[in-house]
Design a binder for this molecule. Sequence first.
Ligand code: WTA
Length: 662
Amino acid sequence: MTQAADSRVAHLPTTQYFCPSGDYDEMWRRADQDPEGFWGEQAMDLDWFKRWDKVLDWKVPYARWFVGGKLNLSYQCLDRHMKTEVKNKVAFHWEGELGDTQVLTYAELYRLTNNYAAALKRLGVKRGDRVALYLPMIPALPIFMLACARIGAIFTVVFSAFSGQALADRVEDVEAKIIVTSSGMHRRGKILPLKDNAVEAAKKCPCVEKIVVVKHTGHNVEMDPARDVWLNDLLAGCDEYVEPEHMDSNDPLFVLYTSGSTGKPKGILHGTGGYSLWIAKTMQWAFNTDKKTVWWCTADIGWITGHSYVVFAPLELGLTSVMYEGAPDYPTLDRWWQIIAKYGVTILYTSPTAIRMFMRHGEEWPAKHDLSSLRILGSVGEPINPEAWLWYYRNIGHERIGISDTWWQTETGGFMISPTPGIQPHFLKPGSATKPMPGIVPAVLDAEGKELPNGETGFIVIKKPWPGMLLDIYHNPELYQKTYWSRFPGYYLPGDYCMKDQDNFLWLLGRADEVIKVAGHRISTAELESAIVGHSAVAEAAATSRPDEIKGEAIIMFVTLRKGTPPSVEIKNELTRHLRATIGTLATPEEIFFVNLLPKTRSGKIMRRLLKAVATGATIGDTSTLDDGASVDEAKAAFAELSAGSHHYKSGERNPETKPMP
Ligand code: WTA
């Protein structure tokens, strides 16, 4: 891996931003040497109801920022703009998949947020209560997030492509009183019945008192008057001003579930003060935003990128954003480029998967539209391969503008490693996220925790706390300690491989753990395994991934069936349906291998490297780096067993004929 990454560095061109200058090195040094002084100054840009007593209280593994300070994020995003010219500026140009549009000014968003906050209060939601938001990309979603923040209710947004069961798991863990959903959502011309999933979850979770339903699709929706209420009915008479709660800087703001090493997703808990500051500052630094910025982050709000950079940071900065409900290729492959030309988007922030998809369809689609309003491009969610970077740079940026490849995680709240054209222009290398943000002190370690020299690949760690750092894992401090702080004590462990090159540029090289990134969406092998063994025909299962040209990674599953169920296309389809119903569409496996036995070491550990080798078509020789304790002989025997006795099916395969493994 080191060699491959090095050669990428060596042969790829560099490019430069055309941006104002600042002094990146000086800012980074200041934040490193005097974090309290630096962040105390930065935090003056927020409106505090009460100033903090202490900038940072750091007792490994808990960082508490702006201790004693009081503020409210909905106030940062809305109220304070009511005194400036931002008041009548557009906050969101919303566009539905069907082409319907809505323009929301800051003043309108402020009014609606107050109304929704009053409505939540009327339902009995109080400070500290939890509310689950299971909504598509419609204006009601950011409004409800702001309304919850306003009254101090902790919200958890559940991505709308998750199934009713996945919603129930999250609602139950967070003990939400209310689920907010919509009648349905539009996706590639179809209506998906979200409300039905919300009902399924509410039936499984006694904590749920009410389902609030936003009318968005025209189809008929059954309502249970004892439990369900239309948003419009609830809003009648809710037109008063709602005083924003004075939240403590370290009060929880939201819980966002993400995948890790366990079968159940973990609730990442973010706070108020540090988070609000971190996302606003990193957005300015990575994208050099200004009053004229028209921002479009294409991420779904159900993921952290949407929380931080569709909703909160752009509003804190008083920017105009585009928000689009539908699929990128619907009804035609130039939908996105139409949107950019129509609204004069100046910054496009999207994922490598989307770029690779457009790349496959050809440059004629973007070429049809005037993209000259663009000033900066962004990428997030997975490593961007140099080919996709260059395609994006040439065909969308027309070789005039730079790309901010931002590396970060749900846990980090905001960008960690990224170009910083808002501070200082610097060279870019296609495929590298470049340099750490001010306040971020990374290192690359080997398995023993020794710092590696430049050019070698190891585990990235972050040596110091930063303001956007998660507060905890919701209701699970042991898991928090174990996941992020136990392998290299005192350092935060993100779980990614990284290499620092000779120019000190950082190359983030994918996950070093059992997390898979499918189209940038995070899912874990343990979650897939625990879901599939829930099917009565499955005895045992293991999940792994294989590189995918478009999606980055694709899910591959190895399954041993119980006696009496022979491998067949029918059972494969049945298991795929089961995974989609248990987790959601993102859990669809690319391929399922039915095997007699899973390869295990003497101590009972699954030989994951071996499975990966089989899934990727590699040979047994490639597994010599087995790090799970298996001997080469054991691995060879297991490989032979797998090769002799397995059947595999590709996703969508119709031919019932079973094939032996390659
Ligand atoms: C990966 C998404 C390389 C990484 C914001 C990380 C990236 C995981 C990049 C977090 C990038 C995100 N380059 N890899 N620019 N951005 N990743 O929590 O593996 O959904 O650990 O947050 O995505 O995924 P999450």
